[in-house]
Write a protein that binds this ligand. Structure first.
Ligand SMILES: [Zn+2]
Length: 118
């Protein structure tokens, strides 16, 4: 697995692992068949993990609507940026949104004006 991955992908991996943990915990409950109370606790815990993953999946949906879709300059595929800096979902290229330009209307003048202070 790559060291850096896009934030949405990370959360998605987290939600998926919650489902697995939930099933493992529920499966673990089978070993306590002779103790119905312990088994019930395991089942409820497992169910809680699965409910938590559903909540996380819902959260991803909410985040996706707030993220900005851009075309990655490196691989040319559409990807989503969450927050100021994120990483492309396809090629792990780091992407950034310039906060200073956000909210301003694009103006042709910016293209014509030469910036020569360096
Ligand atoms: Zn890319």
């Amino acid at each position: 697995m790559a060291k850096y991955s896009s934030k949405i992908n990370k959360i998605r991996t987290f939600a998926l692992s919650l489902i697995f943990i939930g099933f493992i915990v529920m499966y673990g409950g089978i070993f306590f068949k002779s103790h119905p109370i312990v088994m019930t606790i395991f089942m409820i815990l497992g169910l809680l993990f699965i409910v938590a993953s559903t909540v996380v999946y819902f959260w991803i949906g909410m985040l996706s609507t707030r993220s900005v879709q851009v075309i990655c300059p490196n691989c040319g595929k559409p990807t989503k940026i969450l927050g100021r800096v994120d990483i492309c979902m396809h090629c792990d290229e780091s992407l950034t949104l310039d906060k200073n330009l956000a909210g301003k209307d694009f103006d042709e003048k910016y293209n014509r004006k030469k910036i020569s202070d360096k």
